[in-house]
Design a binder for this molecule. Structure first.
Ligand code: ZN
Length: 258
């Protein structure tokens, strides 16, 4: 059994057996790693409260030859990101972020850039900015980094440059980008997107992380773009994320993210 050491964030957890915990980490060096933390649910567990959702820590784990599940040896807290779990809006949006990351990334597919994006997102959730904008900025960058960048500069059917003269476009998720209105009936399923939303999405991609968090956007435009990105995430995952269902149930004041 090889011992590995890496920085990691807890992005998922569930009970396993009588006292163990199955923990999903997003690690800097190895990408997504799922591991078993033995006796983690016992009262005097050596892991203490370290395995809470969103916690960043130094992970020590053993690779096991017989299973794709690692054996968690130690997880020492670097930063708990406690504030993300203490507020309902941050908790629901933060849960959506880590669920999307967990379900769209493969085991042991390293991406230090995605790890960096996750940390920047959690830091922004802790700050004073609007959580809905933070989740939205995460989604814009995550779909690109996960290899699902939408083509927004021209119609995928006829090649006409966007924004289109008649304004509205259809975002065709199967084709992977926008289709102009005259071509739309021939395209497959997707969502309608105004010319202003297409232009704003393109602009947001070119901004730095901090600029994107602060960029002035009319709320209806932001809601339109956030809705489209949320729909794209749902389709990529293949079903509505559990965290989104939870969010719909509690009807929290989510603002721009519907
Ligand atoms: Zn067209």
């Amino acid at each position: 059994m090889a011992l590995r050491k890496t920085q990691a964030v807890v992005i998922g957890r569930m009970a396993l057996g009588e006292s163990d915990r199955l923990v999903t980490f997003y690690t800097r060096e190895f990408g997504k790693v799922r591991g078993v933390a033995k006796a983690a649910r016992r009262q005097r567990s050596r892991f203490g409260s370290a395995l809470e959702l969103f916690t960043q820590g130094q992970l020590l784990f053993f690779e096991t030859e017989r299973s794709d599940l690692a054996k968690v040896d130690a997880f020492d807290i670097i930063h708990p990101f406690q504030a993300v779990g203490e507020d309902l809006e941050r908790l629901t949006l933060g849960s959506w972020v880590v669920e999307c990351l967990g379900r769209l990334s493969a085991d042991r597919d390293p991406s230090p850039t995605l790890y960096g994006l996750l940390l920047r997102t959690l830091k922004a959730f802790e700050g004073s900015g609007r959580p809905a904008r933070t989740a939205f900025c995460f989604a814009i960058r995550a779909v690109d980094l996960l290899g699902h960048r939408l083509r927004l500069d021209r119609c995928l059917e006829c090649g006409k440059p966007s924004p289109f003269p008649r304004g509205a476009a259809r975002l065709d998720f199967t084709a992977g980008g926008v289709v102009c209105e005259p071509c739309a009936p021939y395209g497959s399923d997707g969502v309608d997107l105004s010319g202003a939303a297409v232009a704003a999405l393109r602009r947001l991609r070119t901004l730095s992380w901090d600029e994107a968090l602060r960029a002035a956007l009319p709320p209806p435009l932001e809601a339109e773009m956030a809705g489209a990105l949320e729909e794209q995430m749902t389709r990529l995952i293949g079903q509505v994320p559990r965290s989104a269902r939870f969010r719909a149930q509690i009807r929290a004041p989510i603002g721009a993210l519907r």
